[in-house]
Design a binder for this molecule. Structure first.
Ligand code: GDP
Length: 298
């Protein structure tokens, strides 16, 4: 919260009530509920979720006089209640290698997130192999190698334009031979041609299942918080393209649109494994519902 204020961006209610709780007590009436709804909608929570949050918050309190701190606390509780069931770290299995397929549109932060996760797994004593499965984008492959170096993890690459599935197969063999704990596979994020992308992802899954029918063990969808409500469309799209098992929300630092996480939790109930809070290797945090709700409403 202190952080948010330091950047000169008060949370939602900070904007409504001013910065300090010197604000007088106000009656919880229709006007106030409408104001609160507007603030929540402006944070990209979506109309439906915003209405439910304010309705739940007002239940049994309509017409009462509340201080801005009380309103913040109540609102924050409602939001945390929605978020708690989805706040779950990525599950780790005994299976070796545990195969983690990483999907998402270009620019969402896939490469960065793979690097950050690899670094965290390494710090936890796990051995990791990364496969640079977006074989069409030379820059993406290079960038992933940079992140692999930072994390101290080998990155398997293939010639530009070659079949990502065959790279995934080779990476599986390498990870098995090395006895690696985790294999993280980056994938292309070209949504311009969905049929192609769907086939590409399906083929990757087919070949890795030849080696391990239970793979991939996780399919992470990486979403960019600054795209706001667009993130909802991306979940829908990628759920059709792949068997998404969990989300990572990037770029939550410096956005006032974090409300989209509440809309996501409300609508899809997919686990939120982690959040990206910066461009550095350590800027990946577990998702903490209460902290998030307090910062959003603060
Ligand atoms: P990809 O195309 O999906 O692989 O996306 P990249 O990993 O290359 O990330 C795209 C841009 O977003 C890069 O400039 C990253 O530094 C930036 N980025 C990724 N995650 C975060 C985050 O959590 N916070 C911030 N501020 N920037 C991020």
């Amino acid at each position: 919260e202190a952080d948010v204020e330091a950047r000169g961006e008060p949370g939602l209610l900070g904007r409504m009530f001013g910065r300090r709780s010197a604000a007088p007590r106000r009656i919880l009436d229709d006007e106030m509920l409408e104001q609160l709804e507007e603030l929540l909608i402006a944070s990209d929570m979506g109309v439906e979720t915003a209405l439910r949050v304010t309705a739940n918050m007002a239940e049994g309190r309509f017409g009462k006089r509340l201080s801005s701190d009380e309103i913040k606390r109540l609102l924050s509780q409602e939001i945390a209640r929605i978020m708690e069931p989805v706040a779950r770290p990525m599950p780790l299995y005994a299976k070796r290698p545990q195969v983690v397929l990483v999907v998402g549109v270009n620019g969402s932060g896939k490469t960065t997130t793979i690097g950050k996760l690899a670094s965290q797994f390494r710090a936890a004593g796990k051995s990791v192999v990364i496969a640079a499965g977006d074989t069409f984008r030379a820059a993406a492959v290079e960038q992933l190698q940079v992140w692999g170096d930072r994390a101290g993890v080998p990155v398997m690459t293939a010639p530009q334009g070659s079949d990502p599935a065959s790279l995934a197969f080779d990476a599986m063999s390498r990870a098995e031979a090395d006895g690696a704990d985790l294999l993280m596979i980056d994938t292309a994020g070209r949504l311009q041609n969905r049929a192609d992308l769907m086939e590409e992802l399906a083929k990757i899954v087919r070949v890795i299942r030849k080696k391990d029918p239970s793979a991939p063990h996780n399919t992470l969808l990486v979403l960019d918080a600054t795209t706001g409500q667009n993130a909802l469309n991306q979940v829908e799209t990628f759920q059709k393209l792949a068997d998404v098992s969990g989300l990572v929300m990037t770029k939550l630092d410096g956005t006032a649109r974090g409300g989209v996480l509440v809309a996501l939790a409300d609508r899809f109930a997919l686990p939120i494994h982690a959040i990206g809070v910066g461009e550095q290797i350590d800027d990946l945090a577990p998702f903490e519902p209460e902290e998030f709700a307090a910062a959003l409403t603060g």
